[in-house]
Ligand binder design. Structure first.
Ligand SMILES: Nc1ncnc2c1ncn2[C@@H]1O[C@H](COP(=O)(O)OP(=O)(O)OP(=O)(O)O)[C@@H](O)[C@H]1O
Length: 301
């Protein structure tokens, strides 16, 4: 059941169209990812959802509300991650939690929330003295303090070390498990692949693809990548007839073939038939990285 419905969204800045005819829905309880290269229109689209920008055309409904006109009601159900510049350096963690709880009629218990986010030992620490990971946890706490039905997290793990990033992923999963819908804007493919139920890939203001991570990977050039360096060159015709092979690249004598299971089997029999040895043979699953690069690459015409 959709909790967010975006239909034909368009937003321009002067002559520049940042978001162009974007349509998608987000189901209640899912983690919905928004991916795309820099300048693809992700933040603009999300800011329209949050009511921070007014669309030129198109309709948006968030739990039935129009963000452009129902700002107050929206604030009560939508938790938004603050940007670093929006919190005073001198504010302590406790003060920030108390300040933001005061905005809501029935806020979460701030101590319980601090505990859940591992901030109890930092309650008297000033914001400016927190580490990057602790700041992000505080931002999550502040986004959750009003007991929202939906949270929007924009590039939450940028700048975090790998452990802090993984800890944050766990938190995001816990938020989803508690029934909150999460909209996650991210540049990290591993993060999107691990967390998101569905992903909209933005490209130049439009949605280039919208699918589950597995669906996006599956529609890229094959879901298996076989790479090896043959002991002597393989015949071009043999390679051209490999079943299900989507792309074949040769670089410095090394072959990389995107295909499926049948392609792997055919490569193995081809090598055996010609008694060719495969050096450093690797068979790996395609990743969301592969799919993302393919979906967002600039093709001429
Ligand atoms: N306030 C603004 N005034 C004019 N142009 C803007 C404004 N905000 C964004 N843009 C332009 O709109 C386009 C989309 O920007 P947006 O910030 O939505 O992209 P993004 O996908 O979030 O990018 P990033 O990944 O770099 O954060 C860009 O070309 C950007 O330069």
């Amino acid at each position: 059941m959709p909790i967010i419905e975006v239909n034909g969204l368009r937003k321009t800045y002067g002559a520049h169209t940042a978001v162009d005819d974007v349509t998608f829905t987000v189901d209640e309880g899912e983690i919905f990812g928004i991916l795309g290269p820099n300048g693809a229109g992700k933040t603009t689209a999300v800011e329209c959802l949050e009511g921070l920008r007014r669309p030129d055309t198109g309709t948006i409904r968030v739990a039935g509300l129009d963000p452009a006109t129902d700002r107050d009601e929206l604030t009560a159900i939508l938790g938004v991650q603050l940007q670093e510049s929006e919190l005073q350096e001198k504010l302590t963690v406790r003060e920030a939690l108390d300040l933001y709880s005061a905005f809501y009629p029935s806020p979460e218990d701030s101590h319980a929330l601090a505990e859940r986010l591992g901030l109890t030992t930092k309650l008297t620490t000033r914001f400016g003295k927190l580490s990057g990971g602790q700041k992000q946890r505080l931002f999550i706490a502040l986004a959750l303090i009003g007991r929202p039905r939906i949270v929007v997290l924009d590039e939450l793990t940028t700048g975090l070390d790998p452990r802090a990033r993984r800890d944050t992923w766990k938190l995001i999963e816990e938020i989803r498990d508690s029934g909150v819908t999460v909209v996650l804007v991210t540049h990290f493919m591993e993060e999107a692949q691990r967390l998101c139920d569905r992903i909209a890939v933005f490209k130049q203001g439009r949605i280039a693809a919208l699918d589950t991570p597995a669906g996006l990977i599956g529609r890229s050039a094959g879901d298996t990548v076989i790479s090896f360096t043959p002991s002597r060159p393989l015949d071009h015709d043999d390679l051209a007839h490999l079943p299900d092979a989507q792309t074949i690249e040769r670089r410095d004598g090394r072959l990389t073939i995107h295909g499926g299971d049948t392609t792997v089997n055919a490569v193995i029999s081809l090598l055996a038939r010609h008694r060719i040895t495969a050096h450093q043979l690797r068979v790996t699953d395609s990743t969301l990285d592969d799919a993302f690069l393919e979906l967002t690459e600039d093709r001429e015409n």
